[in-house]
Write a protein that binds this ligand. Structure first.
Ligand code: PLP
Length: 191
């Protein structure tokens, strides 16, 4: 294995998590093969910290109902909580509230961008750039868009050190760069 990709290399044991694992009930004290569990598959299923679990339990216990559709208190409280979450996410990202769209997951979100932005703004001959380590959630929607709109889908290769080899991708031209840096943690290493 390339040294840069070897998790057992010198210094790797000094890596400390940015967030205390005890914040996550599932990870607190969890061990695998006699060692503390390091969970890296968050792109597929993110573990939830206690604050999220508590809020979800509280919400489902006291407020849960349709949002934006009901004119009864449960629904109004649910709508308020939902919109409050949108406003908080917007502040966190320094965006406007109406720029935040919640989806059920990555595949749905990327399809939404491909069908809305892609169908509206990309024209025959335009290029879509993805990297060679994308999860298929970030490939299939672009392949389908390419076929529908007559686009070019270009893949940026990764070298033995895990670095992008941009090559022709740097050439000027119309197109869009589709969420590089989207490798799956258990199977790939994103530079
Ligand atoms: C790296 C990565 N990206 C995207 C996805 C797809 O995510 P979703 O299930 O939210 O569509 C997964 C799911 O396993 C994943 O591991």
């Amino acid at each position: 294995m390339n040294e840069a990709l070897d998790p057992t290399r010198a210094g790797a044991s000094n890596l400390e998590p940015l967030v205390d694992p005890d914040t996550f009930p599932l990870l607190a004290g969890a061990r695998t093969a006699g060692r503390p569990l390091a969970y890296l598959d968050s792109a597929a299923s993110a573990q939830k910290p206690a604050a999220v679990l508590d809020r979800m339990r509280d919400f489902y216990t006291h407020d849960y109902a349709n949002i934006h559709r009901g004119v009864y208190p449960l629904s109004e409280r649910s709508t308020e909580a939902y919109e409050d979450a949108r406003a908080r996410v917007a502040r966190f990202l320094n965006a406007k509230s109406d720029e935040i769209v919640f989806t059920r997951g990555a595949t749905e979100a990327i399809n939404l961008v491909a069908y809305s932005y892609g169908e509206r703004f990309l024209e025959a001959g335009d290029r879509i750039l993805v990297s060679a380590i994308e999860h298929h959630a970030n490939i299939v929607p672009w392949q389908a868009l390419r076929d529908r709109r007559g686009l070019k889908l270009e893949v940026i290769p990764i070298d033995g050190n895990g670095r992008y080899r941009y090559g022709r991708a740097r050439e000027a031209g119309r197109g869009c760069c589709a969420g590089l840096h989207h490798g799956g943690a258990p199977t790939r290493w994103a530079p």
